[in-house]
Every structure is written in C-alpha cells, then in structure tokens.
Design a protein around this ligand. Structure first.
Ligand SMILES: Cc1cc2nc3c(=O)[nH]c(=O)nc-3n(C[C@H](O)[C@H](O)[C@H](O)COP(=O)(O)OP(=O)(O)OC[C@H]3O[C@@H](n4cnc5c(N)ncnc54)[C@H](O)[C@@H]3O)c2cc1C
Length: 466
C-alpha cells in the first residue's frame, strides 16, 4: 500500500510521522483509508486518527514517541478479531502489526519466537514440521499476541493450560519509549501483567513461548440433527464428567448460513454437535468416544489427524466476516442449564445464532501455580460463546437481542467474572479479574502507563495515586 498523505495529515502532524517511519501511515481522506482501517470483524466501523503499519520494533519506538509528544493515544491490532471490544478511537492512532512477520522455531529447546503480526495457523504449521504443537485456539487466523495476552484457551488447554502460562518472554515498547524484554527475571511485575492482562501495558513486538511434543491427535466432530439438541447436549454433559484431561471437548449448536463459502453438506444445515480432541492413541480415543457414537450421529469425522489440522476442527470462518456475539464463563452446567440454553437457541426458538458453544474447562486450566501470570486459571466449569452474522443493522439488533436473552436465561449458572478472550463487547477490566488481581494490574499500569497512552481491549485503568 502506498500512502498518500493528505491535508488532514499535515494538519495533525501525521506527515512528520511518515518521515520517521519505514512503515506506512494512512490518514482519513487517503485513497487507502477504508482498507487500512478495516478489522477482521467487518462489523466494526473503526475511525481512528490514522493507521500505521510499523516494519520493525524501531518503527514502534518512533510511533510511541510521536504519539506521546503530539497528544495522540495508541491502540494495537494484529488482526482486528477483537475490534468490537474497543471503545472510541478518537485521537487514537491504530497500530497494525501485520508486517512484523518473524517466526523462529527452536526444535531442540521446543520454543517459538514470533513477531507481533504472526497468526496461529502459521505457528501451527511451522511447529508441526518438528512434531511440535503450540497452544493455539480454534481459529488459524487469530493473532498469536492478542490471543495470548488475553489468556488463550485452545484445544490442548486441559492438558497444558492457558497459552499465557507457556509464555517465556515478551518484547514490548513501553509508554516511555523503552524496548523491554520482560521475562521472569526482567521486570517481573510487567511479565506477570501482560500474561492475561491484555494490551494495556505497551506495544508487544515479539513473544516467545513453549511448544509441546504432540505430533498428532485423535479428533473430530459428531454432527446430529438439530432437533436432538437437548438429548445430545445432555449426553455430552454426562460424558465430560468422566473424560481425562488429555481430552478437551465442546458441546455446540450450529446453524450454518446458506452461503457459498460453506461447503456441502453443511451449507444451510443446523446441527447439535460434539467436537473433541484427545492427546493419545486412536484405540483409546475411540474407546472414550464410544458412548457418543452409540447415539448414531448423522456425520462422524473422528480419526487420527496431524496436530496442525486442529486449525480446521472448529469450523471458524476462514475469511473476515461481520459478526456479533459475546461469551462468558459458566460455573457449572446442569440439565437445567441445557434446558434453558435450548429454549433460547434450540430448534423451536427461531434463534438467528450461527453458533452457541460450551467449551469444557478444568484440568490444567483450573490448576493454579505461583509461576502464572495475571490469568493463570479459569475458575469455572465451562466457557460459553454465542455468535451470529451482522450483515445489516436489523440483523445485528436481532442477534444482539438473542445473545442478551441467552445471557439472561443462563444467569443462574454464570460466573461472577467474565472471560477476557470470550467477552466480545467493551468491558472494563474490573469485571474480568478477581479484585486482588485487578488491583495488581492497576499498579503495573500506573508504573508503566500512568497517562493511558495505550487504549486496549478490556482496558486496565491506572490505580489512583494517593
Ligand atoms: C473466530 C474466532 C475464534 C476465536 N477462538 C478463540 C479460542 O479458541 N480461544 C481463545 O482464547 N480466544 C479465541 N478467540 C478470541 C481471540 O483470542 C481474541 O479475539 C483475541 O484478542 C484476538 O487477537 P488478535 O490479535 O487476532 O485480535 P486483535 O483485535 O488484533 O487484538 C485484540 C487486542 O489484543 C491487544 N493486542 C493485539 N496485538 C497487540 C500488540 N502487538 N501489543 C499490544 N496489544 C496487542 C489489543 O488490546 C487488541 O485490541 C476467537 C475469536 C474469533 C473471532
């Protein structure tokens, strides 16, 4: 993209920024403006003061100095999957890290170092060449950094924990313009905060994390007719009670839109679904799955697969889409929870939701450790996420109303605190963390960004100085 700086840019001093960066600066009025401000979630209408595309960590240092000196604020995005969580971008420069593309795997040490624009699908493929797996989430084109800063709940989580706890070091530029490599020995308070506290503390330029020796898994999806929603979700619930931590599963209702992007026979179809991943042999996996298979699925995709193929298991959209949704944790799920869920989102409800999923937690996700960061565990039995398409205003309102109705129906089982990565509307950080953790994050914010140069998803507000 070649930037065409405009009169607007000159007025706001953005032309000076253009002079000091290797990367591009795009301002309102430029021919590239609408493309530059676009987020992965096409429903987000982002209106920042400018969009910058740093080419290096030095560019990021220059952007931070420029914003501080000229009275702008900064918000950082890898992909814009989480764009719907941002508050107003007034007087805010949007820093897009998509050109920071370095990716190194150390097969001996079983570690990866990736720059801030790298996506999970890229890491999964590179790690798999060495028989290794990363703690990626369900979608291959989610950014490694955004996902990990918010905790990161993936297919291997019940065995290996949240992605944030496998982080070894984070390189970032702080509000005072320093390039910091934070790890357990270097600025440990900052290292604690960025592992789960989100993007409130600086602009991450690279991240280093552990990989695990998992070359293949037993995984797949069972599709049942939508009409059997209550029966299948109840059977899944009974089943997950006794599954080992090597198995992570999802109970889900899906209504695939009738659009060409969705392959037959799923296009336009509605299903009750169980997805699962088992770290172990085919024989053991098939034995574990037997009770659900005996229910007679209409389609069954289970088998041994290379671990990198997990990136397709959840059937997340392969391209940017307009979506609205929200998610939260459920302390527990009972047959009454399922009854309430199916009443709002099941076959007779007229629900417009494309997906309502419950992900099983527990195992390593629930095991605390003194070495963890701000989000080490999730103290709940399940994580729920509901989403629908938002192609126009009417559809958006319809979907939003149904998500709100679902949240109200499930209120008796809802956990007190939200789930950072699944909360898809702007939330104050205070509602997402236990009080002591939030206070700790606020003190780190005071130490590193007291004037709130950085606007992040689910922001941490600096503690009030006495
Ligand atoms: C289809 C889909 C599937 C998903 N699946 C999962 C899943 O399986 N598990 C899970 O835990 N979550 C999942 N999520 C949620 C996802 O982890 C969050 O939306 C996450 O924030 C996305 O990161 P991103 O960098 O792609 O998004 P962005 O919108 O680019 O970034 C999100 C936020 O992260 C911060 N940030 C990003 N980059 C930087 C940086 N370089 N420096 C500082 N701060 C930064 C900013 O605060 C930014 O607003 C999913 C979301 C979608 C849309």
């Amino acid at each position: 993209m070649t930037p065409t700086l405009t009169v607007h840019a000159e007025k706001t001093g953005l032309d000076a920024l253009h002079e000091i960066l290797d990367g591009d600066v795009v301002a309102p009025g430029d021919a590239e403006w609408d493309e530059a401000r676009l987020a992965w979630n096409l429903a987000a209408d982002q209106q920042p003061a400018a969009v910058v595309f740093p080419e290096s960590a030095d560019d990021v240092v220059a952007i931070v100095a420029f914003a501080r000196n000229r009275g702008f604020r900064l918000t950082t995005q890898g992909t814009g999957h989480f764009a719907s969580t941002l508050e107003s971008l007034d007087k805010t420069i949007l820093v897009k890290t998509s050109r920071l593309r370095g990716l190194e795997i150390d097969p001996e040490a079983r570690t990866a170092r990736v720059e801030a624009g790298v996506l999970w699908g890229e890491v999964s493929l590179a790690a798999a060449e060495h028989g290794l797996a990363a703690l990626s989430g369900s979608s291959p084109d989610v950014g490694v950094v955004g996902y990990t800063l918010g905790g990161g709940l993936g297919w291997l989580a019940r065995r290996y924990g949240l992605a944030a706890n496998s982080v070894l070091a984070i390189e970032l530029v702080t509000a005072d313009g320093r390039r910091v490599r934070t790890d357990p020995d270097n600025e440990p308070d900052l290292f604690w905060a960025v592992r789960g506290g989100g993007g409130s503390f600086g602009i991450v330029t690279a991240i280093e994390f552990s990989l695990y020796p998992v070359p293949e898994v037993y995984a797949g999806v069972l599709f049942f007719p939508f009409e059997r929603a209550a029966e299948i979700l109840n059977a899944w619930l009974e089943w997950v009670d006794s599954t080992p931590v090597e198995l992570t599963s999802v109970g889900r209702l899906m209504q695939f839109p009738p659009i060409p992007d969705i392959p037959e026979p799923l296009r336009g179809g509605s299903f009750a679904i169980v997805e699962a991943t088992y770290i172990g042999t085919e024989e053991d996996g098939a034995a574990l799955l037997r009770p659900l298979r005996e229910l007679g699925p209409a389609m069954d995709t289970f088998g041994m697969i290379p671990v990198e193929e997990l990136r397709h298991l959840h059937m997340d959209p392969p391209e940017p889409v307009p979506g609205v949704g929200d998610g939260f944790n459920l302390v527990d799920v009972t047959p009454e929870t399922i009854h309430a869920l199916v009443a709002v989102a099941g076959p007779c409800s007229g629900s417009p939701l494309v997906s309502v999923e419950m992900r099983q937690l527990g195992g390593a996700v629930a095991e605390p450790s003194t070495e963890h960061g701000a989000v080490g565990t999730i103290d709940a039995g399940f994580a729920l996420y509901a989403v629908g398409m938002a192609l126009d205003e009417e559809m958006t309102e319809f979907v939003e109303a149904r998500v709100t109705a679902l949240e109200a129906a499930l209120a008796p089982w809802k956990a007190d605190r939200g789930h950072f990565n699944f909360a898809n509307s702007p939330k104050d950080g205070e509602s997402l963390f236990p009080p002591d953790t939030y206070r700790g994050l606020q003190w780190v914010k005071v130490a590193y960004d007291p004037t709130e140069l950085f606007r992040a998803s689910h922001p941490i507000r600096p503690a009030a100085r006495r």
